[in-house]
Ligand binder design. Structure first.
Ligand SMILES: [Zn+2]
Length: 59
């Protein structure tokens, strides 16, 4: 997975953590990765619609 390696390199964290982050990372900025509802613009946020954790990074 390209994103996992990219995050590992950029943030110097373990593969497990990188995988965890990627699994919660939104594909589109400010949009929930799970239900695709708009988020509140915070970097780490819980979706109000589905309670899913989102790493709201503009990557
Ligand atoms: Zn959601």
């Amino acid at each position: 997975m390209y994103a996992v390696r990219e995050i590992k390199n950029s943030y110097n964290i373990s593969h497990r953590d990188a995988k965890f982050i990627v699994s919660h990372l939104n594909k589109q900025y400010d949009t929930c990765h799970r239900c695709e509802k708009p988020l509140n613009g915070h970097e780490y946020t819980i979706c109000v619609a589905c309670n899913s954790l989102n790493f709201n990074w503009n990557v």
